[in-house]
Ligand binder design. Sequence first.
Ligand SMILES: Cc1cc2nc3c(=O)[nH]c(=O)nc-3n(C[C@H](O)[C@H](O)[C@H](O)COP(=O)(O)O)c2cc1C
Length: 173
Amino acid sequence: MKSLIKKRTSVRNFTEETIAKGIIEEVLRDAQTAPSAGNLQPYRAYYTTDKKKIKQLANAAMGQSWIEEAPLVFVICENALESCAKYTFRGSQYATQDATIFSTFLDLLFVERGYGTCWVGAIMVDVVKMIMEIDILSRPLHFLVVGRTVGDKWGAVRGKSRRKPLHKVAIEK
Ligand SMILES: Cc1cc2nc3c(=O)[nH]c(=O)nc-3n(C[C@H](O)[C@H](O)[C@H](O)COP(=O)(O)O)c2cc1C
């Protein structure tokens, strides 16, 4: 686990290698073992390998054109209603957390298989919903962009991303 976490870093340039449908489905199945409040799994992972759609998604990510190179883009959505139906006002927080945990599992599972990934939160939600024909109850939170890495041209050097001193984020009382 430690070496896997160290291997992960945001990757923003990819080779032209495509990712087989079987791999995508297997990784998704494994990611679905993520915990979720009441096991409701109030998330949806819309995804595409279609170059035309990926270009549209890049435009909807405030024109982050590097996304166009990627062979696979997930749009990770939460479905707060599913969670609120059981947990009322707490449900919306649970849905966001559940979707985020699922996406983290998905991310690390692709890294484990030697792929590079990057989360993209700068997205125009309504435009993304139209491009991917996302159901009315699901709200896109971020993209998970996946592909085979070309070196470390842009972004952090593997395992060397700067972080705040630990005492700023972990506080013992
Ligand atoms: C919620 C979230 C949103 C992000 N949005 C973007 C984005 O829109 N564009 C981008 O290039 N990177 C984005 N990132 C990647 C961060 O810039 C990156 O994780 C951070 O700089 C730390 O670097 P590292 O992932 O290499 O450790 C996002 C990451 C997260 C978790």
